[in-house]
Design a protein around this ligand. Sequence first.
Ligand SMILES: C[S@@+](CC[C@H](N)C(=O)[O-])C[C@H]1O[C@@H](n2cnc3c(N)ncnc32)[C@H](O)[C@@H]1O
Length: 282
Amino acid sequence: MHSIKSISTFYKGELASIYSSNEAKSITNLVLMHVLNYDKAQLILNEKEELGNDTEKTLIDYLDQLKGGKPVQYVLGSTEFFGLNFKVNASVLIPRLETELLVQWILDDDPKANSSILDIGTGSGIIPISFKHSLPSVSVSAMDISEGALEVAKENARINKVDVEFLLNDILEDKAIDSKYDVIVSNPPYVPIKDKESLHKNVKAFEPHLALFVPNEDALLFYNRISDYAMQALQRPGFLYFEIYEDYANQIAEMLGQKGFQEIEIKKDLADKDRMIRAKLV
Ligand SMILES: C[S@@+](CC[C@H](N)C(=O)[O-])C[C@H]1O[C@@H](n2cnc3c(N)ncnc32)[C@H](O)[C@@H]1O
């Protein structure tokens, strides 16, 4: 039997072979908090507590998976986004901090209490669920092509006790519908295949390629298609928000302008990279 403190030291040491010491420390804390159901303060207060055999076995199993490069969110099967707990698995992208900024931007724009919002390419459902949780009076729909992703998203809506309409659809094929949304938001696949090698090897190995990549010769595929769709599916005035790949920020803004969108604004993330765009349809 080992104490929390000694397991924690062992874990950090083992993880230091593949992660920086800060990352190793924060992953170790995440795992221990998850397995023991403690917060950070409880971990420190109880550092002398001896762990049971089953707990140790679970921790060692998780460590093996982590050393194999599996992201901690997939190992634990859950993560936090916008202060809420979300289930994640290999069918969905791991939520990124930038996407919280996108949700916050839409909330800061103060949509009308009775507006309706559609998220295209919803993955684990982080955008519509966070949104509905913050603004319960808004009606929220979410679309994805992946049945596996929608299963996770539905489970997340249940866990977070919000009502979201989920639609299994291919946005590249979906027919335009009557104008019914006030806001359309999307964090679509946007990494050109040629940039695959520049991604972290754990992203390439474990995250769903369906969520990440687009053909080199048509990098704006989803932005183009979703903008066309939005021109028919948005009420006027209506707003379209995208998370974007910084390399294409200006091209996306230009494309939106050519299609007739107005008041196009690009916003940066905390690392000062162009990361989001908003356009208005009048
Ligand atoms: C970059 S991920 C974003 C996931 C989630 N919204 C987030 O921000 O973490 C893109 C999502 O688009 C979905 N997707 C890919 N191709 C699609 C298509 N043709 N139609 C609808 N959704 C699609 C993927 O399954 C994936 O869930």
